[in-house]
Design a protein around this ligand. Sequence first.
Ligand code: NAI
Ligand code: MG
Length: 356
Amino acid sequence: MNYNIAVIPGDGIGPEVIEQTVLVLDKIGEIYGHNFNYTEVLAGGCAIDKTGEPLPEKTVEICKSSDAVLLGAVGGPKWDNLPGDQRPERALLGIRKALGLYANLRPAILFEQLKDACPLKPEIIGDGLDICVVRELTGGIYFGEKGRKDTPMGEAAYDVEIYSVEEVRRIAKHAFEIARKRNKVLTNVDKANVLESSRLWRSVVIDVAKDYPDVTLNHMYVDNAAMQLVRNPKQFDVMVTTNMFGDILSDEASMVTGSIGMLPSASLGGNIGMYEPIHGSAPDIAGEDKANPIATILSVAMMLRHSFDLEKEAAIIEDAVKKVLDQNYRTGDIYSEGQKLVGTKEMGRLIIEALC
Ligand code: NAI
Ligand code: MG
């Protein structure tokens, strides 16, 4: 099969982690007989330098005509003083909007080998954690009506949480599909005891569940979910929730796993998914061969799974990462004494070796 991938290396460590990830993908293609074709495009600070704008129209066109988008990271101190609408980060919002990416998946994976990096007690994390937060990305209070008005109590401001049945249905379906491919347990997180929007949200999730009798559905109020993530995170497989609750809970979930250099993400919605590490361009270590490429390599495993339905190939990449960690190889962000410190390129090479 042929797969066309738009590749956005971006700024800082972006090009370094992307380079290793593309080599991993090439090896997967070689082993399993797939053709991954890459079109490298500009976005972020490097695009500003070369074209004057963070997201050139050509980049959007190429992303739209690809099968998936792989992004490194954008931004850096060089562009910090630009006005908000001209900053490198605008490129991210622009691509999400252009591709209709309403579902944000952030797996929080704590590998057994990295248990030391987890702030929770060993008896709570057991043999590791693997939670996937599915956050609605283009609706809810972040996009609802907002404004200010005078009231008897003085000036007031408001932001409206609003969800349509269709918006909830499509994200719920996404979450059920993901749960079906994992351990078949979905926790819906809302605040249905208080919010009308949450009551609608919950009723739609229950309705969608009829098409997924093989997936166990639980409901949890968001305040309890925040507590349970720390108290008993192993009860979770997939969590689905609104834009704001997901923003908060996915940050909480990712912190229990230790290093930012390990965590991948996928933004899904229309026909084309975008995959990127959750970290930024790390200007403090850029160009020094110090960046951990694992978050980006795991992002490409998500691409194989969610965009191309290549589950076996995705699992092979994840296993290769575990093998290399088992052999005690570590980049600086996950290194502790007595382990083998390696750079970006060497970590990439070891993972490729472990694929075979
Ligand atoms: P950051 O994630 O770039 O860095 C935070 C800290 O984590 C730094 O000490 C960095 O060295 C370390 N780190 C990050 N990724 C690492 C990796 N793969 N391996 C080893 N260490 C790693 O966040 P920061 O410093 O707040 O932002 C730097 C720039 O990146 C800013 O311009 C920001 O706007 C941008 N940014 C871009 C994002 C994106 O493209 N999706 C996301 C977050 C920030
Ligand atoms: Mg956030």
